[in-house]
Design a protein around this ligand. Structure first.
Ligand code: HEC
Length: 228
């Protein structure tokens, strides 16, 4: 039920908007040669006529202002006099529907205009951010940017420092390693040499002893054989 009501409402608003647009078109075609909504041209400005005279009077005037004047209507005679008895044609031939649409247009003109004006700032506002953006950065944005750049620089510095000290530590460990290795190598060589010397000495000693005993043995045998 609610849905149907809403649909009806939407349709009636849409229908009303259609009335307004049709009235506007009819006004342009039939009345705009003598009337402007805002200002007096040949005939009076019409933006407040419905507000001041009412829908019924306005409809009657448009249909046949002559009849209205003849009926003794006060305002109809006054306005006719004001415009020096210049006759405005009767528009009965347009039909009740179209005339009612024209009256809708006259009646709602001010509202629609206000509405349009109220809506106007929106497209302007939607364009504005582009302009504002091209104006440059605000103070807050500059401060934020500075903070971000500072943080970045500090981070880069820290990273560099860490990397450097890592490389240094690696280098140091490498050099001590090679140093130790060299040292071990050296002492090994020395040890080798010492060991070689020791063996040489020992061998020499032994050979000497052997030679001595061998010499003595030979001497002994020679002595023995001579004794015999
Ligand atoms: C040939 C010019 C002319 C045309 C076309 C014309 N009018 Fe008028 N209208 C006048 C004049 C002049 C008056 C002032 C009263 C008079 O002299 O009759 C007037 C008065 C009016 C008034 C009364 C204004 C008031 O303040 O009370 C209304 C309403 C009006 N016209 C509506 C219309 C509409 C709607 C149309 C088109 C369908 C129309 N007129 C077409 C000349 C014209």
């Amino acid at each position: 039920m609610k849905k149907i009501l809403i649909l009806f409402l939407v349709l009636s608003i849409g229908y009303n908007a259609q009335d307004y647009e049709e009235g506007k078109q009819l006004f342009r075609n039939n009345c705009a040669s003598c009337h402007n909504m805002e200002k007096r041209v040949v005939g009076p400005a019409l933006k407040n006529v419905v507000k001041n005279q009412g829908k019924e009077w306005t409809t009657a005037w448009i249909k046949n202002n002559n009849d209205l004047r003849a009926s003794g209507d006060k305002h109809a005679n006054e306005i006719f006099k004001e415009y020096n008895g210049m006759a405005m044609a009767a528009y009965e031939y347009l039909g009740d529907g179209p005339i009612s649409n024209i009256v809708t247009y006259l009646a709602e003109y001010n509202d629609k205009k206000a509405e349009a004006e109220a809506n106007k700032p929106t497209p302007v506002a939607s364009n504005q951010p582009v302009v504002v953006q091209s104006k440059g950065l605000g103070a807050l944005e500059i401060v934020l940017l500075c903070v971000i750049v500072f943080i970045l620089l500090v981070t880069i510095g820290i990273l560099q420092y860490v990397l450097k000290s890592m490389i240094n530590a690696y280098k140091k460990s490498k050099s001590t390693e090679t140093y130790l290795l060299k040292k071990i190598d050296l002492s090994f060589d020395e040890l080798n040499r010492e060991f070689d010397g020791f063996i040489e000495e020992e061998v020499n000693k032994r050979v000497k002893i052997k030679m001595k005993t061998f010499e003595n043995d030979i001497k002994d045998t020679i002595k023995k054989s001579f004794k015999k």
